[in-house]
Design a protein. Structure first.
Length: 287
């Protein structure tokens, strides 16, 4: 039986459920199409009151698990392997081979050496000279400053044999200073500026240099024991050598030729500097 729209008299189709598709008028109850085959098919897909959307979501979860499941499994296996929790073959369970490695020398590090005096000497010093020979000491005092020689000769019976001389470049000149170790109580510095620490004394003509030495010793600034060039040179000098020089920077190396031209330079000091120049090493020593 055909359904006719009461308003526009058009024949209604299966798609005209509640309204006329031609004029848009609502259909009377006796012309409303209660249920279609498509609707029936839709509701047949419902499961225990759950919507088709829930059904689709369940399908997506399965798809996600199918894709991600193997990835998680492989990740879990790798975790167990890295933590040594997996069983391994008897071959892999054999005792590990222990390889004894020789120490690796890292640039800037050196074997432990006796760094006597270096804690008191500023890092920026240009040259370091350690002397034990009485003749060499007197010759060098004559070369650098008469006041140092007067001080030494007045107190040499109270001073240990080794004396450290360190030079700091100021303009074109090298300003020399000394570090001594006394056998007992500190010795008066006289007219010289000084920094005394126990049996050690730093002596200089300049108050500013003494302040730098204090800062170096108290580690407010770096001292010579932090200089890899000094420590490496010190470790290369034979223990039996008691008279040696260490060139600490290129500024001093560049002045060696000028120093060697001076007639007042002590012979032993000249020999040391000539060795430094010839060998291109940062140190030279006298046995």
């Amino acid at each position: 039986m055909k359904r006719i729209c009461p308003k526009c008299k058009s024949v209604l189709g299966n798609y005209d459920h509640y309204f006329c598709s031609r004029c848009g008028s609502p259909l009377p109850p006796d012309l409303i199409l209660k249920e279609t085959r498509q609707e029936k098919k839709f509701f047949e897909h419902q499961d225990n009151g759950k919507s088709t959307f829930s059904f689709l979501v369940r399908i997506n979860y399965k798809l996600i698990f199918t894709i991600l499941g193997p990835i998680f499994f492989l990740g879990f296996v790798y975790f167990l392997y890295t933590k040594n929790l997996l069983f391994v073959s008897d071959l892999e369970q054999e005792s590990p081979v222990i390889v004894e490695k020789s120490p690796i020398e890292i640039p800037g590090t050196v074997p432990s050496v006796d760094l006597l005096f270096s804690d008191y000497i500023p890092y920026q010093s240009s040259v370091y000279l350690q002397i034990s020979s009485e003749d060499y000491k007197n010759d060098f005092f004559d070369y650098i400053n008469e006041e140092f020689k007067t001080y030494y000769n007045s107190n040499k019976d109270l001073i240990n044999e080794e004396i450290a001389f360190f030079g700091i470049k100021a303009g074109d000149e090298i300003v020399w200073n000394i570090v001594i170790e006394t056998k007992g109580d500190p010795v008066s510095s006289g007219s010289l500026e000084s920094f005394v620490d126990g049996n050690y004394s730093v002596l200089s003509m300049y108050e500013e240099i003494i302040k730098e030495c204090k800062d170096s010793y108290n580690e407010i600034s770096k001292n010579l024991s932090k200089s890899s060039k000094y420590v490496l040179a010190k470790s290369s000098i034979p223990d039996e050598s008691e008279n040696y020089v260490v060139v600490l920077n290129s500024d001093f190396r560049n002045t060696i030729d000028n120093i060697l031209e001076k007639e007042t330079v002590p012979e032993f000091y000249k020999n040391l500097l000539e060795d430094v120049k010839e060998t291109q090493l940062d140190y030279a020593f006298i046995l």
